[in-house]
Ligand binder design. Structure first.
Ligand SMILES: *[C@@H]1O[C@H](CO)[C@@H](O)[C@H](O)[C@H]1NC(C)=O
Length: 211
């Protein structure tokens, strides 16, 4: 019976991969003092970053094929003291901004060898020394006509249809209001004629009785 909760926890761990102390399968984790970990993922031909345990104090990523560090990749590593990312073919387009900021913000000891491999104009530049102006802007590429046709045109048509429907509804509503008013009026009129006829009839009746 005790197996069940353990299985559930294991399942949750597999789903979230955020359970403390889980070593990425590609890496080797060595415990340091006070629960800290050295996570050694060096020279593994990795081309993307696995998720690291939050106890990671030293992260060795040198000698891989990592081209980008996605925004937020190191945010949960609050105990990180050392990072080695040298000998990775980093592509220094606008996505490198996260790493630049992360390096300049934190007090993590980083290796000098974190350098751009591409684009050609930035080859060999240290990421820690890059200026914002050297990095291509993050604005989107000019979009293709087909993008417009399949995404925006559809939206625009939808909006126009909605507006058209709204106008139709408003017009219909106005018409109904007008009809109610007109019929109210004709009811009033009929009622007036009816009561007046009754009054006249009664008056002639009393005259007739008096005579
Ligand atoms: C980082 O890794 C490179 C390549 O293995 C190595 O030459 C360098 O000494 C390492 N840096 C540190 C600070 O350990």
């Amino acid at each position: 019976m005790l197996v069940c909760p353990k299985l559930i926890i294991l399942g949750l761990c597999l789903l979230t991969t955020s359970c403390g102390g889980d070593c990425p399968v590609e890496c080797k984790c060595v415990p340091l003092d006070r629960g800290a970990l050295r996570v050694d993922c060096s020279f593994r031909d990795l081309n993307s970053l696995p998720s690291f345990p939050k106890e990671t104090a030293e992260l060795l990523l040198q000698g891989n094929q990592i081209t980008t560090v996605p925004a937020g990749a190191f945010d949960n590593l609050v105990n990180l003291k050392k990072l080695n990312l040298s000998s990775n073919p980093l592509h220094c387009d606008c996505t490198i901004r996260y790493l630049m900021m992360w390096i300049s913000d934190g007090d993590v000891e980083i290796d000098d060898g974190i350098r751009c491999a591409s684009p050609l104009s930035l080859y060999g530049e240290r990421v820690s020394q890059l200026a914002g102006s050297q990095i291509a802007s993050c604005s989107r590429h000019p979009r293709l006509c087909s993008d417009f046709l399949f995404n925006d045109a559809f939206l625009h048509i939808l909006i126009i249809l909605l507006l058209f429907l709204m106008i139709c509804c408003l017009a219909a509503f106005k018409k109904i209001k007008f009809q109610i008013k007109v019929s109210d009026h004709s009811v009033d009129h009929k009622w007036y004629r009816y009561t007046r006829a009754r009054f006249l009839r009664r008056r002639s009746y009393t005259y007739w009785k008096d005579e």
